[in-house]
Write a protein that binds this ligand. Structure first.
Ligand SMILES: CC(C)(COP(=O)(O)OP(=O)(O)OC[C@H]1O[C@@H](n2cnc3c(N)ncnc32)[C@H](O)[C@@H]1OP(=O)(O)O)[C@@H](O)C(=O)NCCC(=O)NCCS
Length: 146
């Protein structure tokens, strides 16, 4: 597994991971525009054929803060450490930029992701009512960087 930055040719693979793992369908142009401002915050894990199997898209919308906007690993590649590799590298990139805090949102029903984030010392800071398009509540989680 190798980590690398996002390329325009990755869009179909990223969109397919998003559809399968996050059940969302975005305009293909969204990925490049979200990644443009902070390219180092858009990390892809690719297999030996260079095909993306997971990614983490982080953005910097608030001063000194990063926000994990999307994070997903293809089903067949989960629980093999890909998510951990993406998240720990993302932490390194955040520290390199001098960020003090990382935030994210997660569905209240997503026990797997909440456990993962808790292992990374994120904690729930807010309940976001009807945050998702299907009406489900979300948690905002955050952690400080030292
Ligand atoms: C959340 C997500 C990205 C984690 O990715 P992942 O690649 O499975 O993450 P890892 O393999 O690094 O870790 C997952 C678990 O597997 C365990 N694990 C890691 N490597 C392992 C291995 N070789 N053998 C067995 N278990 C392993 C980890 O300890 C971890 O356990 P924990 O969560 O109980 O602490 C993934 O589950 C996913 O894509 N989910 C669907 C999309 C989603 O919910 N995204 C978050 C939206 S907010």
């Amino acid at each position: 597994m190798t980590l690398r930055g996002f390329r325009l040719t990755d869009v179909p693979f990223v969109a397919s991971i998003v559809a399968e793992a996050l059940h969302e369908h975005y305009d293909p142009s969204l990925y490049a525009s979200l990644g443009a401002e902070w390219p180092d915050g858009f990390l892809l894990a690719a297999d030996s054929h260079e095909v993306p199997v997971g990614f983490l898209l982080g953005v910097n919308q608030v001063e000194h803060e990063a926000r994990v906007l999307m994070f997903a690993v293809e089903r067949g590649h989960r629980t093999q450490g890909v998510g951990t590799l993406l998240m720990s590298t993302f932490f390194d990139r955040c520290r390199a930029r001098g960020f003090r805090r990382i935030t994210l949102e997660v569905r209240v029903s997503n026990a797997t992701a909440i456990r993962f984030y808790t292992r990374y010392r994120f904690s729930v800071v807010d309940l976001l009512r009807s945050y998702y398009s299907d009406g489900e509540n979300g948690y905002q989680m955050a952690r400080d960087l030292s």
